[in-house]
Ligand binder design. Structure first.
Ligand SMILES: *[C@@H]1O[C@H](CO)[C@@H](O)[C@H](O)[C@H]1NC(C)=O
Length: 230
């Protein structure tokens, strides 16, 4: 669908004689894609390989077994007894080697009553989430300068999608636990939790930088950083 639309678009550009533009568009289409497509049936990740490539090297396909494509445990809730009251059990290529080159992963999300999966982004993955149990208030924020918040309350069976790279969150708006399952468009979507990146980086971001960025006094920055020291 995505590819054929792009192809039609490129043909239109070429019809106008914009050959160079068409080449540029091709390059753009390529770089907009998610993980690269497989060029073989499978490429079970060799997690112990010392070779560094984009993705992971394949183990010998003749040695692949059903267990390489298998993970068990998403029936078990993650422990939400932490300061935000949520837990994400991510099944990415590191936990399911058969996912290597497939461009997808899956996660179970557990929320204590009023628990929060705090504002975060996945640099490499668009996400689609469905609620299994409970009520979630979910949202994402579009890029600057609009910073538009797309907010929605979800109930069991409801599905919501978060665009790649955009900051998003889920909040359990009810007084009972909530559970969701999410799919992500990368074998290794990555995770940046906004507060952790700003206030718990290693080494720390200098206070001067955060004071100016957030337009607050040093005391507030120090208090925000101090929460991570306890
Ligand atoms: C999430 O749950 C797992 C399994 O109970 C636990 O090992 C892990 O420490 C929890 N993570 C957080 C951040 O609480």
């Amino acid at each position: 669908m995505h590819k054929s639309n792009s192809t039609i678009h490129i043909r239109k550009i070429m019809a106008k004689g914009g050959f160079v533009l068409a080449i540029l568009a091709l390059v753009a289409v390529h770089s907009l894609a998610g993980d690269p497509s497989p060029v073989q049936d499978f490429c079970v990740a060799d997690l112990n390989s010392e070779i560094f490539v984009n993705g992971l090297p394949c183990k010998n396909p003749k040695l692949a077994t059903p267990d390489d494509f298998f993970f068990s445990g998403l029936d078990k809730p993650g422990n939400t007894n932490n300061k935000v009251g949520s837990n994400v059990t991510l099944v990415n290529v590191a936990r399911l080697p058969g996912l290597n080159t497939f461009g997808i992963s899956i996660a179970r999300l557990d929320y204590a009553p009023y628990g929060l999966n705090p504002p975060h982004t996945h640099p490499r993955g668009t996400e689609v989430l469905t609620v299994i149990e409970g009520t979630l208030l979910v949202g994402f924020i579009s890029s600057s300068p609009n910073n538009k918040l797309f907010l929605k309350t979800l109930h069991p069976g409801d599905v919501f999608t978060f665009p790649v790279g955009l900051i998003h969150f889920q909040f359990n708006a009810g007084d009972s636990p909530a559970v969701a399952i999410a799919g992500l468009s990368s074998q290794n979507p990555g995770l940046i939790v906004i507060a952790d990146a700003l206030f718990d980086s290693n080494p720390p971001i200098p206070d001067d930088v955060l004071e100016k960025a957030l337009q607050v006094d040093k005391e507030i920055i120090e208090a925000l950083k101090a929460q991570y020291k306890v």
